[in-house]
Design a protein around this ligand. Sequence first.
Ligand code: SRM
Ligand code: SF4
Length: 556
Amino acid sequence: MSEAKNLSSVERIKMASDGLRGTLKQSLQDNITGALREDDQSLIKFHGLYQQDDRDRREERSTKKLEWLYSYMIRLRLPGGFLKPEQWIGLHHVAGEHSTGTIKITTRQTVQLHGVLKSSIKPTIKTFNTLSLDSIATCGDVNRNVMCSAHPGQSALHEEIFRYADKLSQMALPKTRAYYEIWLDKEQLAEKKEDDPLYQDRYLPRKFKIAIAIPPNNDVDVFTNDVGLIAIIENNQLKGFNIAAGGGMGATHGNPQTYPRLGSLLGFVDSEEKLLKAVYGIMTLQRDHGNRSDRKLARLKYTIDRFGVPAFIEELEKRIGFQLEPAKPYTFTERKDHYGWERNHQGRWYYTVFVENGRVLDDEKLPLKTALFEIAKTGKANFRFTGSQNVILSDIEEKDKPEIEELLSRFGIIGHTERSGNVRKNSIACVAFNTCPLALAEAQRYLPVLISKIEPILYKYALQDEEITVRMTGCPNGCGRSSAAEIGFIGTSYGQYNLHIGGDRLGERLNTKYKENLGEDEILQSLDELLGVYKTERKQGETFGDFSYRKWISKN
Ligand code: SRM
Ligand code: SF4
């Protein structure tokens, strides 16, 4: 099944890279350009960085006959999305010294910085290293940041399950020491080639993503991952994990061979050993059978669809040497962050802060970055990121709660979190312009504005308390998981979006394209019509997603 011939250019770059080293050292030393050599642009991703340019300034730079304004985005590896306060303080300083200053919480529970100049990459990574942080394998054809349900108050077993994110991340780290040599000036071990039984010299055909959900909250959107693990808890004990595989959101406009897909349940495992073996087995199956000639068809979801789920399971069981048990029953009842104060079974406090689209910065409305910095300086709260781009100030002792509360209040964070409407608080937008090279339309810079215009419609129909999920992405790659929203906007060109409806609230049914290429006026008009009908015709308790599926999608 694997495509031995016609390997894509990235395949050749990986194999010739000498363990992801390529000519990165030479590229970095070249002061004539802010860019890297072409092959190194692919390789640097495996080190957690992307070469980008400021798209707002392309025209101006071209008119002046200047090179585009190149800089780098760096993404941290934070399994389960956890930082200690001293790490947040360090990150705050690095962001100020070496990047645009904004700390961006991503949809995979980690943080990234934009606008790092080539000359600042090494100092940035070195500082991260002093904070015990790294960016290894947060991009590239490897396993990415492993997610885990974020809310500690949700289960007494949160800590135990959370540790699996780190175990999986460790298991799937590439073995090459290139990161240490290139960025941290560690010595190359003479003659010794790193042996990497998992990735070998070709790595995976494409990116790979793992998430762990703790029912009843599907806050990690578990079925949108290559491997989605659902913790099965019975009588307050962790019994094991259901394993789903083959989720992914990306598609390409006009290419019907590409599609978003939710993961298929493969079965259940009852021990850590079996879990790690099964995930490793899935990764090697994808390594050996994934499409290596067409990167658009290379994700695990396409591999599984080529096999068919039963044949994939059979092949997996052959590799791992044991049979998966049938998946155990579980129920998701929500997929959201719990804003404000919560307490866990040990009596510790957590405050979930609403961070619109994950952008931590100070602006005229809210000094969010300063507030989080001041809170970190107390040393009395950890930072946990959520898959909806928010931050939970966590593990706060009862005696320290008043101090944290006073800071949250003084900087307006409580007011902001409480005042923001439900639809806004459940929304997600990807980065898109000005840094994403693939963006066709705005997302994080536009969704807040659009929601301000949708809110009056919600009020008109007295729907403002509904928790409808609205997500926007600047292109169909799906970084904001817009195909898994009740209302999804997917950019088609500047100022225009496809409108998708009919996804469910829990992330168990994808939405469907309802209208194409809408500008703002048409979006608002469509939503006015849809929400008006929803208000008058819905059954009691029926969500917008379920209603719109029943009314407009399922019959077509
Ligand atoms: Fe993504 C590519 C940003 C989560 C699917 N994603 C990109 C790039 C790197 C553009 C590029 O290739 O040059 C974007 C960088 C923009 C920038 O300037 O920062 C980008 N993706 C993001 C983030 C930062 C969006 C955000 O606002 O939070 C998220 C970082 C997550 C992380 O911490 O690792 C992010 N990307 C996702 C998700 C959601 C998820 O993983 O839960 C998806 C959909 C799930 C999936 O993978 O299928 C996603 N990103 C993609 C794809 C489509 C992949 C595909 O299968 O076709 C691309 C394009 C590609 O890989 O070719 C992409
Ligand atoms: Fe860029 Fe598209 Fe991802 Fe948005 S969805 S960050 S526009 S690749």
